[in-house]
Design a protein around this ligand. Structure first.
Ligand SMILES: [Zn+2]
Length: 138
């Protein structure tokens, strides 16, 4: 059974849900405010609450598929492919980072800039969501 992460914009908390039927489009109810209208699925790899997106983490996943993780272009392709399969929108920041990876830029530099832009978001008053440690059934 897949585990999906949902961000509740109402209470700004990320919850993990055990999803019995991933093909349905409905969002689970927030365990805290018992509403589903503000629930938004997040891609765990890039979730804000866990800190910055790390290409190393992704490389670990990708290497399971026998991918050459020393090749930034192959990594970028793998990340896009993973997102496609999961039906995820990576967001403009990550999309731009991937485009730069594909262009042959230094992954560590891009990663650092992603981190910095994440900090900027916090400075504008949008506090990063907290993470609920529980596992809920959707
Ligand atoms: Zn909530």
């Amino acid at each position: 059974m897949p585990i999906y992460e949902y961000l509740c914009r109402r209470c700004n908390t990320i919850f993990q849900f055990l999803v019995r039927n991933p093909s349905t489009d409905t969002s689970p109810r927030c365990p805290r405010c018992h509403e589903s209208d503000m629930m938004e699925r997040v891609m765990s790899t890039f979730s804000v609450g866990r800190g910055s997106a790390s290409f190393d983490d992704i490389a670990d996943d990708a290497s399971l598929d026998g991918l050459d993780t020393d090749d930034p272009r192959a990594m970028a392709r793998a990340i896009r492919h993973m997102a496609d399969e999961m039906g995820e929108d990576l967001g403009p920041q990550v999309d731009e980072a991937l485009t730069r990876l594909e262009a042959g830029e230094d992954p560590e530099k891009i990663e650092r800039e992603l981190e910095e832009s994440g900090l900027d978001i916090g400075a504008e008053g949008m506090s990063p969501p907290s993470r609920d440690p529980g596992l809920y059934e959707a």
